[in-house]
Design a protein around this ligand. Structure first.
Ligand SMILES: [Fe+2]
Length: 463
């Protein structure tokens, strides 16, 4: 990896390059041409990157930018300027990149709540001059009451479907729709990636994960160049607690390379060194991003009721002691007037049938089951307004004790579960995403289907 700022990856460079070649081989020849992923069709930019930049970990003074080189060795630099300024400022010395190498910059010394433009420039072979190859813009972290828009997406299961198939086209469309809102960031609520066996079997090598994460990056490129992503894990992410630690770590290393998230040092709220749970402030809102998958360990892994199951009993869904203690103190210390919690599914279940209940389905219906009882009580005590989740692939908005349990549909997965499976009385089976508009007075969530139609909207008031 080109960077040492975010710790050593457990995937060796050789393994990664082999995996990168596998990614290239598997994606080459698909209908996803570089031109389609070139930012905003900007003809001034040349398509010399295998993966467009992904913005992550925005703070008041810094941003992390990762991209993946294409097949030619190259040198790369990054330039930035405040929006509207004329002159580009070169922020980092040039990085030397091998074919299909990830490059990774954390740009520092930025100003708070400010819109910046950036561009990546490359030199290949005997090139004398730098060529701009990708770019975009972003806003640094806001503190205190502010107006802004964010978007929520969940369950594309990217890696399960061939390029050009219906689910992949759905994600492309949702990415376009979401980009139109000019969100300041994106919340990815899990099952962002999936590949055959990722839910059922421990991973012995990083190849499946690399392929799926690379495809996800490829598809979200038009959004990821302009809006930092904050992702959490779903049960298809290959990091479920029923797997051995070693195989979880193989996949986690790929995730941290290709879909980096904040770690315990990024924000004052802290979180996990493994970038799997964390919290951040944006304006007057606290976002707490939780991992329900990795710390839930089945009591009898040999006797799970089915290959899809992660636990033997519903009470085994857990954040684990460390994450729960952190969650509790994060809420206790919160000063933001809006508080939103995100998790792939509740730490319990109450669905249409016993199998789906054990699988964690049912959203608000599961508020008083398993460890969700405790999570719900903490959310109530600390005035959390919305619990955002994924997993059930339909739009849902139910309220318990004034807390919205809100599921922003699916932005790809085609399986639309019915009342028989989920138990929901009211839901929208469309694909799509949710838009979150925050003002000092209220926060409004709008469900938008893949055709751009508004399905439902609600607002919450500050605590
Ligand atoms: Fe899921």
């Amino acid at each position: 990896m080109a960077s040492s700022e975010h710790g050593e990856s457990k995937v060796t460079r050789r393994e990664f390059l082999m995996g990168s070649a596998a990614i290239a081989a598997s994606i080459a020849g698909t209908s996803l041409s570089q031109a389609e992923t070139n930012p905003a069709g900007d003809s001034k930019l040349e398509a010399l990157l295998f993966l467009l930049p992904l913005l992550s970990c925005p703070t008041e003074t810094s941003i992390r930018i990762t991209a993946l080189n294409d097949k030619q060795p190259a040198e790369a630099v990054i330039e930035m300027r405040k929006e509207g300024a004329q002159e580009w400022e070169r922020k980092k010395p040039a990085l030397k990149l091998a074919a299909y190498e990830i490059f990774n910059w954390t740009v520092k010394d930025l100003s708070r709540a400010t819109r910046y433009e950036y561009r990546v420039l490359l030199k290949q072979g005997t090139d004398e001059t730098w060529r701009p190859v990708a770019g975009g813009s972003f806003t640094t972290q806001r503190k205190g009451p502010a107006n802004y828009t964010a978007v929520l997406m969940t369950d594309p299961h990217t890696g399960s479907f061939p390029a050009g198939s219906g689910p992949a086209l759905t994600l492309d469309k949702v990415v376009q729709n979401a980009s139109r809102a000019k969100p300041e960031f994106v919340l990815d609520l899990g099952d962002n990636v999936a590949w055959p066996g990722s839910r059922e079997f421990p991973q012995k090598d990083p190849n499946g994960a690399m392929n799926a994460y690379a495809r996800y990056r490829r598809q979200i490129g038009p959004l990821s160049i302009n809006a930092p992503h904050f992702a959490i894990l779903g049960n298809w992410g290959g990091e479920n607690g029923k797997f051995p630690e070693k195989s979880i770590e193989i996949v986690a290393a790929v995730r941290r390379s290709l879909l980096p998230a904040p770690d315990h040092k990024t924000y004052p709220q802290g979180g996990s060194e493994k970038e799997d749970y964390y919290a951040f402030t944006w304006g007057d809102v606290l976002y707490v991003m939780l991992n329900i998958q990795t710390y839930s360990k089945p009591s009898n892994p040999e006797a799970l009721p089915s290959l899809m199951s992660d636990v033997n009993q519903i009470t085994e869904w857990t954040l684990g002691e460390k994450q729960m203690a952190w969650f509790e103190s994060t809420l206790k210390n919160a000063t933001e007037r809006f508080r939103f919690v995100c998790m792939h599914h509740p730490a319990g279940g109450n669905a249409g049938d016993p199998m789906n209940t054990l699988y964690g389905r049912g959203g608000a219906r599961a508020w008083n089951t398993g460890e969700q009882v405790k999570i719900h009580a903490l959310m109530k005590k600390h005035k959390v307004q919305i619990f955002f989740y994924g997993h059930d692939h339909v739009f849902v908005d139910d309220v318990v004790d004034g807390i919205h349990y809100t599921l922003p549909g699916s932005c790809g997965a085609p399986w639309k579960f019915t009342k028989a499976e989920t138990g929901y009385e009211r839901f929208w089976p469309d694909s799509g995403h949710a838009q979150l508009d925050v003002t000092p007075e209220k926060a409004t969530v709008t469900f938008i289907n893949v055709e751009g139609k508004v399905l439902h909207s609600f607002s919450v008031l500050p605590a």
